[in-house]
Design a protein around this ligand. Structure first.
Ligand SMILES: Cc1cc2nc3c(=O)[nH]c(=O)nc-3n(C[C@H](O)[C@H](O)[C@H](O)COP(=O)(O)OP(=O)(O)OC[C@H]3O[C@@H](n4cnc5c(N)ncnc54)[C@H](O)[C@@H]3O)c2cc1C
Length: 512
């Protein structure tokens, strides 16, 4: 997997602009100064940039979001280089805006695209050092370019594991956590113990917990007094150059119970899974796949599929499995209940079951097989293969009633648009479900426009039901104002932005 961002097209002066908003317009002097400081090979500028008008584009993205006009790409290799870049930008007479990305695999939400036109991409994928790791105390300090596959591999055979997501092994641990991604064990923000941040002034600081020289300071992310760490999640207040990541203990035994049910039992099935979560029977994030999403996991035609992970000591995992299976069978809700798929005679069922269990156990899927089953191409080709693929990520209360309502909204989307979306429900805790909606469409202009209109409508339909998104794609950055419950809280964050970044150096428009 190549780490570097491939910049494909140069847009000649006078090309039509995209639907993003224009930002600073004359970045040449800044890019020249950065090239002088870091080396010319770390800076990509559009052909003819010294005319002051040319921009370039990053190439296709799987979501078919409009490609933004980008003023250049800077590729630092160390935190100190990031600090120097931001200091140069902050100190220049005509500053540019920097959009940081870790590995840029934010597929379905915009991939590498910034929210606004005119930004310079700060591509941190080359900062790929695992700086330190302590499997006794349970942490690793990693840079933005460290992928989840790489970090998970480093933990093989230790008593610790990484909270893997269901995305490609080539995605960034830091980038995903900063966008409040969801792992198989828990939300990735819960893995964040500390952050190293470069502020818009070019100053560097560490927030939350950071390993001490003595190595004896217990891992506690909250610190004393107000904590600054959450200010840098889904944030344009700084560039994160490293994170201290918590590595949870690996359980002695772990297995996944698989259950199938028909749509007519949706409410009861969800309520039963909730009962198990609320009573502490489950490990990690149980998943419910609707029939469209279940296909990649060998789901039965027209049925919903549930994965419930159980873990602990050998004896406790065995006992919990028996309780779950007995309750599931007694409920009469499920058409199939099994925990032995890893020994199934069908090799395909065996393979999927093994990969699902390994994922929950934090062991990387080296071939990205499950990811490729969903996307049909390797991670490297997702953005260039044509698309289209969109995500919509609302939160829904964890009740059978609410999940049924959200599923009915997807029926309405189907009836009115002809697009059948898939849904994967991540049960984050006993109260809230991350209701992941995926939309696939043909990559022609007409289908892409129709899919994006449908996405707009989904923001409205789910919003009216009270099911608000917790992550925004690059086209809906502005939605943050009306989606935030209290305007005073938005004013507070805007005030912080004005104070910390008066010249809008970092990521304008991104959750801004
Ligand atoms: C089939 C499939 C399955 C998926 N499964 C999951 C899943 O289970 N869970 C999940 O959460 N997602 C999932 N995704 C979505 C996505 O691929 C992941 O969230 C991925 O980790 C995001 O890309 P990245 O790690 O390269 O982060 P990036 O794209 O690099 O970063 C994400 C955003 O964070 C900000 N950012 C990044 N780095 C920095 C920095 N250093 N400083 C400041 N801000 C920064 C930027 O705003 C950026 O847009 C899935 C996608 C697909 C296609």
């Amino acid at each position: 997997m190549s780490n570097a961002l491939n910049v494909l097209h140069t847009v000649k002066p006078g090309s039509p602009s995209t639907n993003g908003k224009a930002h600073h317009s004359r970045p040449d002097a800044v890019l020249d100064a950065v090239a002088a400081a870091l080396g010319a090979d770390r800076v990509v500028t559009p052909v003819g940039s010294h005319t002051g008008a040319a921009t370039m584009r990053l190439g296709p993205n799987v979501g078919l979001y409009d490609q933004r006009d980008v003023a250049g790409v800077i590729r630092p290799r160390t935190a100190d280089e990031v600090r120097r870049v931001v200091a140069i930008v902050a100190g220049s007479a005509d500053p540019v805006a920097l959009q940081p990305m870790s590995t840029g695999h934010n597929w379905g939400l915009g991939s590498r695209e910034p929210a606004d036109n005119g930004a310079v991409i700060l591509d941190l994928s080359g900062m790929d050092r695992v700086r330190a790791i302590d499997t006794t105390a349970g942490w690793a300090v990693v840079e933005p370019g460290v992928t989840q596959g790489e970090l998970a591999k480093r933990l093989a055979g230790t008593a610790r594991k990484l909270n893997l997501t269901a995305s490609s092994m080539h995605t960034s641990v830091v980038g995903n956590a900063l966008d409040r991604g969801v792992g198989l064990l828990r939300q990735r923000v819960e893995d964040l113990a500390g952050l190293e941040v470069v502020l818009p002034s070019g100053e560097m600081m560490r927030v939350g917990w950071w390993p001490s020289d003595s190595g004896r300071t217990p891992l506690y992310p909250h610190g004393l007094g107000p904590s600054a760490l959450p200010l840098f999640l889904q944030s344009n207040l700084g560039v994160v150059t490293a994170a201290a990541i918590r590595l949870p203990p690996a359980p002695e035994a772990l297995l996944v119970v698989r259950l199938n049910f028909t749509r007519s039992h949706l409410r009861e099935a969800v309520d039963l899974v909730r009962h198990w979560v609320s009573q502490g029977l489950t490990h990690g994030v149980p998943k419910v796949y609707d029939p469209a999403a279940a296909k990649a996991y060998h789901g039965t035609e027209d049925e919903f599929l549930v994965h419930v992970c159980v873990a602990g000591t050998m004896a406790s995992a065995e006992a919990l499995t028996k309780v779950l299976i007995d309750e599931a069978v007694a409920s009469g809700v499920f058409t199939q209940v099994t925990h032995t798929d890893r020994a199934d005679p069908d090799p395909d069922v065996r393979e999927v079951a093994t990969l699902v269990e390994l994922g929950y156990a934090g062991q990387p899927d080296d071939e990205d097989a499950l990811f490729q089953a969903k996307m049909r191409v390797p991670a490297d080709d997702v953005d260039s293969a044509g698309g289209g693929f969109l995500f919509f990520l609302p939160l829904v209360p964890f009740t059978g009633e609410a999940i049924a309502q959200a599923t009915e909204l997807l029926d309405r989307v189907h009836e009115t648009s002809g697009i059948r979306c898939g849904a994967t429900m991540n049960m984050l805790d006993a109260d809230v479900v991350d209701f992941v909606v995926t939309m696939r469409f043909s990559p022609d202009d007409e289908s892409a426009a129709h899919a994006h209109e449908t996405l707009d409508r989904m923001y409205g339909m789910f919003g009216e039901a009270g099911f608000l998104p917790y992550r925004l794609d690059v086209d809906h950055a502005d939605a943050i104002d009306h989606l935030s419950p209290d305007p005073a809280a938005r004013r507070f964050i805007r005030h912080l932005k004005d104070v910390l970044d008066p010249r809008t150096v970092i990521a304008p428009g991104r959750y801004g």
